[in-house]
Design a protein around this ligand. Sequence first.
Ligand SMILES: [Zn+2]
Length: 433
Amino acid sequence: MPSFHCGSAVELENHKTAYIKDKIGEGGQGTVYLVELEGRNFALKWYHRKINNGDKFYRNLAYNIDFGSPSELFVWPKYLSLKIGDEYGYVMDLVPERYKCFSDFLLTKEKFSSISVVINAALNITNAFRELHRKGFSYQDLNDGNFFIDPNTGDVLICDTDNVAPYGDSLGIAGKARYMAPEVVRGIKAPDVMTDRFSLAVILFRLLFLDHPLEGRRTLCPCMTEELEQKFYGKYPLFIYDPLDNTNIPVRGVHCNVIRIWPLYPQFVRDMFIRAFSQPCLKREAARPTDNEWQILFTRLRDCVVTCPCGGETFLDLDSEESECVNCGMKIPRPPLLYTKKYRVALFPGTKLYKCHTREETDNYNCVTGAVIRSQNRPGVWGLKNLSGDVWTVKTRSGESVEVPSGKVMVIVKTDSIDFGNCVGKVEANRKN
Ligand SMILES: [Zn+2]
């Protein structure tokens, strides 16, 4: 191992030089340094020793750098170093301070500021993996140490992307126990896109419920041996809320988070996790929910989150006349609903519309195109502000057509139709309207 110290020069493949400024951290695979490159700070990961598949690993890194990041959410390798003996490293961007490691959320050292933040993080993670898989890569080593999340916005950065490889390529990394698909734990399959699907479901479950989907009564044991790990995560995994087998249910005083949070989420969310960890999905990879299904689920979930007058966020059951706030118990009558071809959105002050709601050809979930606001003079009157840049055409119940240019507000009442430009929706009012 070369002895780097402050000021040491590391030659890169692109003929540039990075200068070591400080040591940031040390992990199983390597050491991470703060480096300066052309006046900017970056991180340099330097591998400890000759790792398995040394040259294959190096070539894979070079391929990934050449290909470019599949999504801006990945902290992707930027430049390879020249080799020093058998050793090498690569330069990547630094993770800004506002992002906190997902492991710290699971240890409750960090806390999400609201339900929408959790949902945004879920959408970001799901979308990043969808893009990764669409571009022909698999991640292979998903675990809680890879994700960095802003607790106030749900913005996500995904690190440790050096194990990412094109389909069919395995770098000999099995993944971290508790996140690996059962067939990988059993050693009958190398990680790939299908095993990523399992790991993604574990990450999403832990993000929402802060406990582990396979850890309940059955897995409580004084000492976790390799044999037991094989049993609980490989040969006989069992979901803690398996509707057909309750022998692994969460235990009071141990699995407190999931016991408290699980019942708060709408049934359609619980159903998806019940499916993702059902015996068929644990055993047969083809049955596992796809990245796209998760993205649709979380978009749908966000569409029914509102801010209660108590200040906390809650879920509305859009099929029922009223819902109870998960924070204060207040009954909230169903607000007017916007129906589009694919979505149904609760129109409640604070709700936002996104491009996926107002443009048919896209599932963009983070570009805001509208917002529900309260009238300043008459708080009982709610309006939908057009923030889309397009002109909306509203057809009222009397058959009249009204144009709502971008920046203007339409009063939320029952309408025959709203033409958003290339997507048509309509508002169904609640009983009071
Ligand atoms: Zn409330």
